[in-house]
Design a binder for this molecule. Structure first.
Ligand code: MN
Length: 247
């Protein structure tokens, strides 16, 4: 009988360059454990990727069945040929240097990709798109997208899935309530991708590849919601299935 664990798809999870909280630590490879837990619960083998030289991207991708681009700091706007806005947030230099080439190589070799928060932004920039740099100061963004809440995870605003999209088929046509921890969003959608969901103020909340391959970016955080949350379960299940997990 085949060993289910040996057949588990290997999912690379990108990481932030974290500093120790009190300044006394060396730099860290930082990933919220919720990403790891959702991949594990859906039958994947989670592998955290440090921000190494982009020269190692192909060798790392050789050992992966799927790529999860996780949340994190703002992408440097020069990477999409734009000057930095006055309200641009923190930049993660080692991460930009590694993750953009990694995402481009993953796109080139047709690996399934799930991008979350910064991840949808990295996916869009890697494919040639652009970003809105600061929604709170953007008069067109009338919904609060940088939520603050105490007492545990909760949904914050609704989004509408675009009919005829992969995500629309997956999540249904009724509005879905999601959390929202972002101050940036996709602006011009990269060639080869399409909008899959928008908030009530038309801010882009999800994009997907136009082809057959699973290439999905979401602006909310499915991994922050409790196990059993329908939208999160559906997204991770579809991603791990696309990565070849035995059904
Ligand atoms: Mn939002």
């Amino acid at each position: 009988m085949a060993n289910q664990t040996a057949m588990a798809p290997r999912i690379g999870i990108t990481a932030s360059s974290g500093d120790g909280a009190d300044g006394s630590y060396n730099q860290r490879v930082a990933v919220n454990t919720s990403y790891v837990q959702w991949i594990e619960r859906h039958g994947g083998l989670p592998l955290v990727l440090p921000n190494v030289s982009p020269d190692l991207a192909d060798a790392l991708l050789d050992s992966l069945d799927g790529l999860l681009l996780s949340g994190g700091a703002d992408v440097h706007p020069l990477l999409y040929d734009t000057e930095p806005h006055a309200k641009l947030g923190t930049i993660d230099v080692p991460r930009d240097r590694f993750e953009l080439p990694l995402a481009r190589r993953a796109l080139a070799r047709e690996l399934p990709i799930l991008g979350i928060c910064r991840g949808i932004q990295v996916l869009n920039v890697a494919a040639g798109g652009t970003l809105r740099q600061d929604l709170p100061s953007d008069p067109a963004a009338t919904v609060q997208h940088a939520m603050r809440a105490t007492g545990g995870p909760t949904a914050h605003h609704r989004l509408s899935l675009v009919p005829g999209t992969r995500l629309g088929a997956l999540l249904g046509t009724d509005p879905v309530a999601v959390n929202s921890y972002h101050h940036q969003a996709v602006d011009r959608v990269a060639a080869g991708f399409r909008v899959a969901a928008r908030a009530a103020d038309q801010v882009i909340e999800a994009i997907e590849g136009c082809g057959e391959r699973f290439l999905v970016g979401v602006q909310f955080h499915p991994e922050v919601m409790p196990p059993g949350t329908a939208v999160s379960e559906a997204l991770f299940e579809a991603f791990l299935t696309a990565c070849g997990r035995p059904v």
